[in-house]
Design a protein around this ligand. Sequence first.
Ligand SMILES: [Zn+2]
Length: 389
Amino acid sequence: MNAKQTTRNVLVLLIALVLAFLAGQDFRDMQQPDKIYAENPALTRVAKLSEYNPNLKGTAGDTDIYVFDSGVPGGVALVYGGTHANETAAVMNAITYVENVSVTQGKLFVMPQANLSAFSATLPLRAQMGHMTFTLADGSVRTVRMGTRLANPVHQWPDPNYRLNSSGRVLEHGEIAEIRNLNRNHPGMEDGYLVEMVCYGIRKLVETENVDVLYDGHEASPEFRAVNFLIAHQRAMDLGSAAILNANLDAMMEGDMDGYPFKLDLSGATSWGLSHRALGDNTQAMATLFESLNPVMGFCHEKVTEALVKDGISPNYVHITDLGLLGSGELTDAGSPIELRAGYHMEMSRHLIGALGELNPEKTLTISGLPTFNDLVANGFEGILKPVK
Ligand SMILES: [Zn+2]
């Protein structure tokens, strides 16, 4: 090899290293925790999930839990998002609670990033953005990570060939990666795979804190049957019915005679490992789950840019809607913006909390301070989120 060739080879290697460094920046950024405003005067403390399962201490599954304790006996609720870290409206709903809610009777737990590990990576081969940003009135920028549906293999690997999990669900063949899916492994194991231990931590939180109602926020694809469905364990059906009726009554009082597109469904008897089934069966809590419509969750969306995630505008899905191929997940040119999706989560969870005291007066949980649905849609998160240092 002559000197000229050597120089050229070294140059090619150097260029490859620079490209790898630049490409790796995105992956490294996703390891940085999100900054969530924690100066709400109503906030009692920030707990860790490892308080409920010590095996999570020091792991990527040890997520934060924001505790709002009024000190007055009453009902207890757990509102969470981030079971699936790419279902961003549910995460934004929980963050909005953390920053704004006030509790005058009962106790509220909020967990914005239930599967924390899943926030550190995006879905492979989808060219998905890793973050979304909101520019606030003071010019500061809030950044929130958009992760993926499963825990990061860096934190839980390898996936086993076969797993009979704690709910009786068999994970094998094409479903084996679901061992990293928080919503397939409830009620979990004290000492098992990372995600199983996170599930166990949530179960213990629900048991130890006497949680009466839990709300697990999700987003669904346009193809999914249960868009805008509240899925409730059989012990939570009365609560769910009351919440949907009250939400619609509120909308009508404000002049919106169409109300909300909420529907109620009973948790499937064989929904093994899902929160509404497994936490409803194995704890005292009334377990519920809600799905808002996000085209990013589907198979026919365009490239996952920040605009697609925030505005939910997808010409592909408008076309599919026009062809009459969609049921409940129809999309128009107006899209499915994150403020609307998060607003649905907020109304649904707020009314579940309200219905708790209505059906069981000794379990009253009184909350205030949350933006209304109209506030969220009109002002956007730009007008709702607080600046963080
Ligand atoms: Zn989900």
